[in-house]
Design a binder for this molecule. Sequence first.
Ligand code: BG6
Length: 465
Amino acid sequence: MLPKEFLWGGATAANQCEGAYLEGGKKMNVTDIITSGKHNVPRRITPKLESDAWYPNHTAIDFYHHYKEDIALFAEMGFKSYRMSIAWTRIFPNGDDKLPNEEGLQFYDEVFDECHKYGIEPVVTLLHYDTPLNIVDTYGGWTNRKVIDLFVTYATTVLRHYADKVKYWLLINEINCIETVPWYSAGIKNATRENIAIAAYHQLIACAKTVIAAREISLDFKMGMMYAGYFTYANSKDPEDVWGNYAFQRNHLFYADVQCRGYYPNYKLKEFERDGIVLPTVKGDNEILQNGTVDFISFSYYFTKVAGKKTDFHNVTNCLSDTGYVNELLPKSAWDWQIDAKGLRYALNLLYDRYQKPLMIVENGLGANDQFSEDGMIHDDYRIDYLRNHFNEMKDAVTLDGVELMGYHMWGCIDIISFATGEMSKRYGFIYVDVDDAGKGTYKRLRKDSFYWYQKCIASNGEDL
Ligand code: BG6
């Protein structure tokens, strides 16, 4: 049995659901200048908004004006928790403003109040791919050390302001993805290895400083890191493949190593030394890292990958971080993401064995091309199958392996804009939103079959699948 207090819920991110990109005093962030794409057609980062291009995050599903209705639907499913993010640009529109924007603070006050009305615990990400654009224009993004303090000012402002409403905080979403999507993660225009290493260093210091500040604000806070689930299998038993795989996976786990253990591991320092990369260290940084370790690890899990001797783990131009191999034993989604329920048990065990910290699944789910049936409903049994298989493995990790797992949040619990492609048609939700890839539609919300299935699952604490 899962523990009684298990947090069953769903997850979204501000930039993919809120819309209202210039309302309430908000200004632009790095995602606001990315056009839509398609499967195998990359999104474009445009230095200025182009009048004939489509920027789907500007309107998204208009959660900004629909949050009451949406949270009521989450409550109807029985959510215990809702993982969401605060948009930095709603609180500090330019990222470096002297005072916070009251309208932005008020918006999230209302969202959190709405959650608590139904007994839903907010799990809040501080930065989910939406660094203020002004921080890139004025400071050059996270490669500039000044951004550490700007972030910490923002983070401590919201930690203080919402101390009575939010207990679970996540620092930077998928922090290891700075390796694969440096623009989204850190506003890095010139993605050299050195720039990525420097910006990552600044993010890790900023996170540690935030954790230290959080402890001063409230001892009730639980501070989590957020790891993008890169879990890989070796391509073969050839020792070169085994090593290639190990090195690839460790290159991602490095971020969790620092945030959980409080120092840069030898393998990374040696790599930097070999490659002539010098970290922008300042006196006192080591203590900050040491004192700012996290309480728990949250992570996303969509797929496993295969890696081996031909995997170039420093190929920063490859946004999807492909490893050069496919796993022909696994089925894949319509967007070619390999589906691997057993891999979730592997992932949970790997993280727990390595760090012995409580874990929280904050993203998992199936992006699919949902279609209406003749009865006007969406019968998404493929989504139910996907979730059932993953839940069985998750339960085994807890009950058979003793992994400490705090909760599960299905990604895109309501349909939202896809991060990788900018499409609406890559749908994850229990709730359908009537918007198409061009932002057209009624924005009406509709329950899919999986909505009722998840409701049953939560009511039985994962027993009735
Ligand atoms: C994670 C991100 O990488 O994957 C989310 O944290 C994202 O923002 C999710 O939406 C799924 O990716 P996609 O491209 O299918 O939306």
